[in-house]
Design a protein. Structure first.
Lengths: 197, 197
DNA sequence: AGATTTTTTGACCGTACGGTAGAATTCGGC
DNA sequence: GCCGAATTCTACCGTACGGTCAAAAAATCT
C-alpha cells in the first residue's frame, strides 16, 4: 500500500497536489498582472521558486498549466453563479445571474482577469453567444413566468446583457472605485424593462 | 525640382506612399485573420511580396506598422460614425451612434477585427470608459432634450451600451448571418427606455 | 542503513522573433 | 550612358521562448 502514483487510477502524491495548486495559483496571478504573454514558463517557475523543467514535470506542457489555471478560475465562478441562480424564483433569475456574476468578479479580480484573458486569447473562433446561453435560457423562462407578450429574441438579449456585464467588469478592473453594484442594478433595470414588454 | 524626400517637409515619394498603404492593408488582413500574434514581420513581408528588411525601410519598427494599421482602421470608423451622428437631432443621436457603429463594423469586418485586436492587446490598463465618453455625452444631451427626469448615470449607461455594441459585433464576426441590424435596434430600444424614464 | 521512487536541477536544442549592416538593384533626371 | 537617390535583398545577431535529457538531490519505504 504505497503512496506512489498508480498509473491506472491516476492517484496523486500529496506534494504533487500542493505543487500543482501552487503553480495554478501563481499562473493566475501572472496572467492577471501581465497578461497571457507575461505568463511564460520561466516567469511561472520563478514565482513558484523552481525551474522551468520542474514545472514541466508537473504539467506536460505550458498550455496545460494555463488551461488548468483557467479551469480553476472558471469553476469557482460558475459554482458561485449557479448557487445564486438556484436560490431565486424563475421570474428574477436573470437578475440574480447578473448580480451574482458581477459580484463574484468584483470579489475575485485576479480570477476575473484570468478568465477574460483566456477568453480573448483562447481559440479565437468560438461562439460568443455560447457563453451566454445559460443566461438566454433564464431570460426565456423569466419572460414566460411574467407573461410578457413582446417577441424579443432571448439570444440577442443575452448577448447584449452579457456584453454589458463584461463592460462593467472591465471598467471595475481599471478603476477599483467604480460602483459595480450600482451599474449591475442599472443593467438589471434595463433587462427588466425589456422582459416585461 | 526632384521627387526625393525633403527632410524638413516630410514629403513622400509616390512609391513610398503606395508601399505604406499596401503594408497597412496586408497588416490589417493579417491581424484580422490570425490575430496580433500572427502579424509577424516575416508574415507581413511575405504577404506584401517583399522581405522583412524592406518593410523596416518603410516603417521604423514593427509596432509602427501595426499602429499605423490600427489608426487607419480607426479613422475610417470614427469618420463614419461622426457623420451619422451629426445628421441626427440631439434626441436621437445616441440611437444614430449605435446604429452607424454597428453598421460600419458589419460592412468592414476586417477593420473591425483589427480595432478589437488592437484594443485588447494594446497597453492593457486604459480606461474602457474613455472609449465611450462621446456616447456618454450624447446620452446626457439626449436626456436633456427629452426632459427625462430619472437620475441615471450617463457614464454607466454608455459603458453598458458600449459593451452591448462590442458583444453584437463579436457575435457577427463569428456568425456572419447574425442579424446585427435587428440586434442594434433592440439595444436602441433598451437605451431609449432608459433615456425616457 | 539500503533501495526505490519522487522531485528538482542545469545544461542544452531548435525555433521564431525583431532588428541591423552592407551590398546589390532599380529608377528617374541629365 | 551616367549619377545619385530610392528601394530591396542577403546574411547575420541577440534574445526569448517551449521543450528535452541525463544526472543529482530529496523524500519515502522496507
Amino acid at each position: 500500500m504505497t503512496r506512489r502514483r498508480e498509473g491506472a487510477t491516476g492517484e496523486l502524491t500529496l506534494i504533487e497536489r500542493a505543487r500543482r495548486a501552487q503553480l495554478i495559483e501563481v499562473t493566475i496571478e501572472l496572467v492577471a498582472d501581465r497578461g497571457y504573454a507575461g505568463a511564460s514558463l520561466a516567469a511561472i517557475a520563478e514565482r513558484a521558486g523552481i525551474t522551468k523543467a520542474a514545472v514541466l514535470y508537473h504539467f506536460p506542457t505550458k498550455d496545460a498549466v494555463v488551461r488548468a489555471a483557467h479551469e480553476h478560475a472558471l469553476a469557482a465562478l460558475v459554482g458561485d453563479v449557479a448557487g445564486a441562480v438556484e436560490a431565486a424564483d424563475a421570474a428574477s433569475r436573470p437578475a440574480a445571474y447578473v448580480r451574482s456574476m458581477v459580484g463574484h468578479l468584483r470579489e475575485h479580480p485576479r480570477h476575473t482577469r484570468m478568465i477574460i484573458e483566456a477568453m480573448v486569447h483562447d481559440d479565437g473562433d468560438q461562439d460568443p453567444a455560447a457563453r451566454w446561453r445559460p443566461l438566454a435560457e433564464l431570460i426565456s423562462a423569466a419572460r414566460l413566468a411574467r407573461g410578457g407578450s413582446g417577441d424579443i429574441d432571448a439570444r440577442t438579449t443575452a448577448i447584449i446583457v452579457g456584453g454589458g456585464i463584461d463592460a462593467i467588469v472591465a471598467e471595475q478592473l481599471h478603476d477599483p472605485d467604480y460602483d459595480t453594484a450600482a451599474a449591475a442594478e442599472q443593467l438589471i433595470d434595463m433587462l427588466d424593462a425589456t422582459l416585461s414588454r
